[in-house]
Ligand binder design. Structure first.
Ligand code: SF4
Length: 324
């Protein structure tokens, strides 16, 4: 079994996990909030190490990443567990597992994932996605390091709830991130995810300062995070702290798991799209087909440079260096 990185041993066989801001204090035999890190005899172990819940060759646009190798495919793998407990989780069957969900599954060695990635035609790399990859930290780190040596790209699709030191150590191995910004309201995070807003904002700033590519996704949930004033504050923060070229995806909500709001109406997504476009050059609307919000439009000449319909993509107005 894989011993965890980032924890401290305490008296009476207790441990404190330091991977994410929950910093779970665990007595012997106890499991963390993420349900996949366990104190066994005073040492912390990653129970989900090498356990793959699903693997698919996905369009990169499905992550979503729109400005990172548009039109390409990427081997996407997921495991089990999450350090948030979102009431509206779209993948709750793997993010909120019981032990029995995964403890009888075979362990897939890193070498197997790399071999599969290299054997897939037109595959650019490996995306760590579906559940929260932060809680598979050790597996992602070792896989990403070897993937990089083999010329593959690494992508993290994450909630961004990670402590700064583990983030800084994994950053050099990750080429692109899509990070959820679920709301601009700490009480939303506490009430509906069991986490906090401030560490996610810190993660966004740290990733933005790095060399990695960053795109951000917000799931717009009626009655929960769809206040226009709060959204304006979020957009201002993104523009001021991360820059006006920040890429934002607004995603349509569908009822899932323990949360049963109405599906996000198209007019709300359009309203948010128009608010975001006042400060951000690159805003997209996903999980719905609309006339606007899927193409990339050059902020200087206003021509379409990347056309999209569903997961079909055509780069139309860019040269090989990506210039309009
Ligand atoms: S990674 Fe899991 S065990 Fe560690 S602090 Fe976060 S929720 Fe707790």
């Amino acid at each position: 079994m894989q011993e965890a990185l980032f924890y401290e041993k305490l008296e009476d066989e207790k441990v404190r996990c330091l991977l994410c801001p929950h910093e779970c204090l665990l007595n012997e035999g106890k499991i963390g909030i993420c349900r996949v890190r366990k104190n066994i005899s005073g040492e912390l172990y990653a129970l989900n190490d090498g356990i793959i819940s699903s693997a698919n060759l996905d369009p990169i646009e499905k992550k979503p990443l729109y400005h990172f190798y548009p039109g390409s495919l990427i081997l996407s793998i997921g495991s089990y567990g999450c350090n948030m407990h979102c009431q509206f989780c779209q993948n709750w069957d793997i993010s909120q597992p019981k032990d029995s969900n995964f403890n009888l599954q075979p362990i897939v060695p890193t070498s197997e994932v790399i071999k599969t990635a290299l054997n897939q035609k037109e595959n650019i790399g490996i995306a760590y996605t579906y559940n929260e990859p932060i809680v598979s930290y050790e597996y992602v780190m070792k896989t990403a390091a070897i993937a990089k040596e083999n010329g593959l790209k690494n992508v993290m699709v994450s909630n961004g709830f990670i402590n700064q030191e583990p983030l800084l150590q994994i950053l050099p191995f990750i080429d692109a991130w899509n990070i959820d910004l679920k709301a601009f309201d700490d009480s939303f995070y506490k009430r509906l995810t069991g986490a906090r807003l401030a560490p996610v904002l810190e993660t966004l700033k740290t990733v933005r300062r790095s060399n990695a590519h960053l795109e951000i996704t917000m799931l717009v949930i009626p009655g929960e995070n769809d206040d226009a004033n709060e959204f304006k504050q979020m957009v201002d923060w993104l523009a001021n702290e991360l820059g006006e070229d920040t890429i934002l995806h607004l995603s349509r909500y569908f009822p899932r798991y323990r949360h049963q709001s109405a599906i996000t109406p198209a007019h709300k997504l359009l309203e948010f799209y128009n608010i975001a476009r006042q400060r951000l050059h690159w805003t997209y609307v996903g999980n719905i087909e609309l006339d606007i919000g899927s193409n990339s439009i050059c902020p200087k000449c206003q021509n379409i440079v990347v056309w999209r319909k569903g997961y079909h993509t055509a780069v139309r107005g860019l040269d090989e260096a990506g210039n309009c």
